[in-house]
Design a protein around this ligand. Structure first.
Ligand code: 13P
Length: 287
């Protein structure tokens, strides 16, 4: 069932668990995440970056594929289709394409401009019945060529953006996209607690879910994180399983070159990763 992220995240914050956002890249990815959510009876958010949207030929292709797949696979758990780190223009494209949720990442603008653009999108999303994620304090690492340094957001600015009526708020707390470097300082729970104190029940979003130790994930959830984004970890699992298949020479045996066989181990690896995360986040059985 395609829904916005609003209700599932409200329930998550109240129930002290988090809903996973898993970024999708193609048909196999989408099918793997949807089937795992159904098997785990868990709500789920499908994340689509602007780069992934372009790769899949456009946001309309993605929205139509996801809707058709929910129907054909008989997915009854709540599914939100969400633009990840959207630009201002990208947000409007996804509204048009039929997404149920968008993220406007205005973190690189001066705070006043971030506020003005977010405010405008709050009104549009309210009218269209969509959920909206905003961001304060850029998340470090590299994603689609955008590089941030992993700063900690200013809690007062977080409150200003939360008060605009967004559905959920991503705030930098030392988290970064991709693999964490060996000298990573860890999440700033001090910053997270200060943001929570000022933003109340607003579901907070933790980006860069790949490689954050389980105890830090649990602590972040206990401090108000209701949505956790995972991308790189599924990519690594897919690549690893595919490499093993090729290295074992399986593509050379019989019809092992058939893409439906070639991509199967990677598909199963994504499923296993998503299941593991849903268990860690506590969303299993919460659909
Ligand atoms: P990772 O690739 O580090 O898991 O981060 C995903 C993310 O935050 C998408 O917005």
């Amino acid at each position: 069932m395609l829904v916005t992220a609003e209700e599932m995240l409200k329930k998550a914050v109240a129930g002290k668990y988090a809903v996973g956002q898993f970024n999708i890249n193609n048909l196999e990815w989408t099918k793997a995440v949807l089937l795992t959510a159904q098997e785990c009876n868990s709500p789920v958010i499908l994340g689509v970056s602007e780069g992934a949207g372009k790769y899949m030929t456009g946001f309309k292709t993605v929205a139509d594929m996801v809707k058709a797949m929910i129907d054909e696979l008989k997915i009854t758990v709540p599914v939100a289709l969400h633009l990840d780190h959207g630009t201002y223009d990208g947000c409007y494209k996804c509204i048009e394409a039929g997404f149920s949720s968008i993220m406007f990442d205005g973190s690189h603008y001066p705070i006043d401009e971030n506020i003005a653009k977010t405010k405008e999108l709050v009104a549009v999303c309210k009218e269209k019945g969509m959920s909206l994620e905003a961001e304060v304090g850029s998340i470090g690492g590299e994603e689609d060529g955008v590089v941030g340094m992993g700063e900690c957001a200013d809690p007062a600015e977080c409150k200003q953006i939360a008060d605009l009526g967004v559905t959920m708020l991503a705030a930098g707390i030392g988290n970064i996209h991709g693999k964490y470097p060996a000298n990573w300082q860890g999440l700033s729970f001090e910053t997270l607690a200060a943001i929570k104190e000022l933003t109340g029940d607003m579901p907070l979003v933790l980006h860069g879910g790949t490689g954050i130790p389980a105890d830090m994930i649990k602590k972040a959830i206990s401090l108000g994180v209701g949505k956790i984004n995972v991308n790189t970890e599924c990519q690594l699992a897919f690549a690893d399983a595919t490499r093993k298949y090729i290295e074992a020479g399986k593509d050379l045996e019989g019809k092992g070159f058939d893409p439906r066989k070639l991509l199967a181990p990677g598909f199963e690896a994504i499923k296993a990763t998503v299941k593991e995360k849903m268990e860690l986040f506590g969303s299993v059985g919460k659909a």
